[in-house]
Design a protein around this ligand. Structure first.
Ligand SMILES: C[S@@+](CC[C@H](N)C(=O)[O-])C[C@H]1O[C@@H](n2cnc3c(N)ncnc32)[C@H](O)[C@@H]1O
Length: 321
């Protein structure tokens, strides 16, 4: 990325010197890859000639190209490449006519946000933990000036690079950075999406405070989190895994997330949605053939995880800077 580019002009208050150093480190990381990841990079490069004419991000399925836009040989090569990028966690996608039914029906999460979605037109937006970019494409439908995805994992980075290589959306960028790096982007984002992240943070409050610093005055934060049932502002702290997922720290009630957001300095904080998780939304498919939600829940009692903790809800909150 050229530091005189529009991208950095839009992020005028970001710490450009530090970002440049991080990018140089990432370039080294991307060129000295281990075999598995290197083969993903080579896949992306081998398909760089495919450019989609037809894009549709308005519906449940992120559609990038139609089947008749590419040759049968390219179609075959593409299918093999898409299979190499398994497991597909977020979706659904249709890529040059190949349908990818991902583990998560991510369209459902997006639909729950729509009633409170701020106007994204011409806004600078951050999607934290952007994975393969499913939500970034859905955001692109609303004509933002720029969406920056924060995603530290190379597998997701290359999946997004491949998809956006086909789609060619100039207003979508992915940084190989984590939420812990958002302090580098002072007063940069009008809207931040923080979905599926807070319960993976050792200090959710510090995380929210850093995010607030990255936002412009008047900005909107949308939080979505795994949660436990209850009205009290408390959080479960599992001894080890929660629903088989390692790296899970505080699993809060909705009221607890609300208090975290208030104490991190957000205004007008509201819980706008809460629902139990279920295997109709997160499940094993032919594009994600590992264990999924049904395997994380006590088969005798769907109110409990396999560890005996309360089974998860998902909560959604909005707050203003
Ligand atoms: C539970 S998924 C949520 C994905 C998506 N935001 C959603 O709501 O469906 C967590 C995502 O955060 C990414 N992630 C892991 N560590 C992270 C970090 N330190 N900062 C930001 N994202 C991270 C993971 O790779 C993964 O894509």
């Amino acid at each position: 990325m050229n530091f005189d580019s529009d991208y950095y002009k839009l992020l005028a208050k970001a710490n450009h010197a530090e970002l440049q150093q991080r990018q140089e480190e990432n370039v080294k990381r991307l060129t000295s890859l281990k075999k598995g990841i290197r083969s993903l990079r080579e896949r992306v490069e081998s398909l760089a000639h495919l450019k989609a004419d037809h894009l549709d991000f308005s519906g449940d399925v992120v559609t990038i190209g139609h089947a008749d836009e590419i040759s049968p040989a390219d179609q075959q090569q593409l299918l093999a490449a898409l299979r190499d990028f398994m497991p597909w966690r977020k979706g659904p996608f249709s890529v040059f006519g190949i349908d990818i039914d991902a583990e998560w029906r991510s369209n459902r999460k997006w639909d729950r946000l729509l009633p409170v979605l701020p106007d994204l037109k011409d806004k600078v937006v951050a999607d934290v933990g952007s994975n393969n970019g499913y939500y970034m494409f859905r955001m692109a439908h609303h004509n933002p000036r720029l969406v920056v995805g924060f995603e530290p994992y190379l597998h997701h980075y290359f999946t997004f690079r491949m998809l956006n290589g086909f789609a060619g959306c100039g207003n979508l960028e992915l940084e190989l950075l984590g939420v812990e790096d958002m302090g580098l982007f002072r007063e940069s984002f009008d809207v931040v999406f923080l979905m599926g992240i807070l319960y993976h943070r050792i200090s959710p409050l510090e995380c929210l405070k850093e995010i607030k610093k990255s936002m412009t005055p008047g900005g909107t934060l949308i939080v979505e989190s795994q949660a436990i049932p209850g009205q009290d502002p408390v959080a479960l702290f599992p001894e080890g895994r929660y629903a088989k997922v390692p790296g899970t720290y505080f699993v809060p009630t909705g009221a607890c997330v609300r208090n975290w957001m208030i104490r991190a300095g957000f205004d007008q904080v509201e819980i706008f949605c809460s629902h139990p998780m279920g295997s109709e939304e997160q499940r094993c498919t032919e594009w994600m053939d590992f264990e999924s939600y049904a395997d994380f829940i006590d088969p005798q009692n769907p109110q409990l995880t396999v560890e005996g903790y309360p089974a998860p809800l998902r909560v959604y909150l909005k707050g203003m800077v």
